[in-house]
Design a protein around this ligand. Structure first.
Ligand SMILES: [Zn+2]
Length: 99
């Protein structure tokens, strides 16, 4: 009789936003509702939506700059430039560093 080595268990859970399955380390939990987990990509998307909503309610010069940047970002995505080879790689890198 042989003994099977115990496999390391990696718990995975679903993202409440996109429905994908992710390891626990790639989920962000809500403070008062820890049962709710959001994947890192969706958390980033939610942050952008939150900043956009905040800027709409609190106009400022910085909010206008962020709005202009988001307008350019939306145009790039609409034209599909973010999927074009080297140009797309540069645009995606810039996107990761946008406010
Ligand atoms: Zn997600």
């Amino acid at each position: 009789m042989s003994v099977q080595p115990e496999r390391e268990r990696v718990s995975e859970a679903g993202c409440w936003c996109c429905g994908g399955t992710f390891p626990e380390a790639e989920l962000v939990r809500l403070g008062n509702h820890p049962e709710v987990g959001v994947c890192l990509r969706c958390a980033r998307w939610l942050r952008r939506r939150a900043v956009q909503r905040f800027d709409e309610r609190h106009p400022s010069p910085a909010a206008r700059v962020r709005g202009a940047v988001q307008g350019v970002r939306a145009a790039v995505i609409r034209k599909g430039w973010h999927r074009r080879g080297a140009l797309g790689a540069v645009l995606r890198w810039i996107d990761r560093h946008l406010p």
